[in-house]
Write a protein that binds this ligand. Structure first.
Ligand code: SF4
Ligand code: SF4
Length: 134
């Protein structure tokens, strides 16, 4: 009897499980350089924190604080981006540069205006279509 009640409760609760959605990033880079000139850090809130990060990880010394956005978040830029929007040290660019933008995300990211990539949300039905196009 307990198993039956448990099954009924789980069946009821399953109605409230949100559908899983993931986001594909599709397109191609237009080499505009915006992502090297305007970037965010999810966990750097003060100049002191930024300086500590640069001290601990010298690879971040290529970045500087460009200003703040309308919400008060830091906007960073890289000293190595050229006026044409290209990387002047492409061979030695950081891993974060190589993997940007991630091709699949668990959340709806906002890309720079005019970026050659776009974020496309996909639910389970869309996923099945990619597996069984007919
Ligand atoms: S903002 Fe988009 S299009 Fe521009 S350089 Fe970065 S990835 Fe490429
Ligand atoms: S290292 Fe190169 S690719 Fe990375 S942010 Fe700087 S300019 Fe852009």
């Amino acid at each position: 009897m307990f198993d039956f009640i448990s099954t009924v409760i789980n069946e009821f609760l399953s109605c409230f499980v949100p559908e899983k959605v993931y986001y594909d990033v599709v397109g191609e880079c237009k080499k505009c350089g915006k992502c090297c000139n305007y970037m965010y850090s999810v966990d750097t809130y003060t100049e002191k924190e930024f300086k500590i990060m640069q001290f601990l990880f010298p690879k971040y010394r290529r970045f500087y604080i460009k200003g703040r956005d309308e919400f008060g978040n830091f906007v960073f830029a890289c000293k190595l981006v050229t006026e044409d929007g290209l990387c002047s040290d492409y061979e030695h660019r950081l891993r974060m540069c190589k993997i940007y933008p991630m091709k699949r995300l668990p959340y709806k990211a906002k890309l720079h205006d005019g970026c050659g990539y776009k974020v496309v949300g996909k639910n389970f039905k869309d996923y099945l279509k990619t597996k069984n196009p007919d």
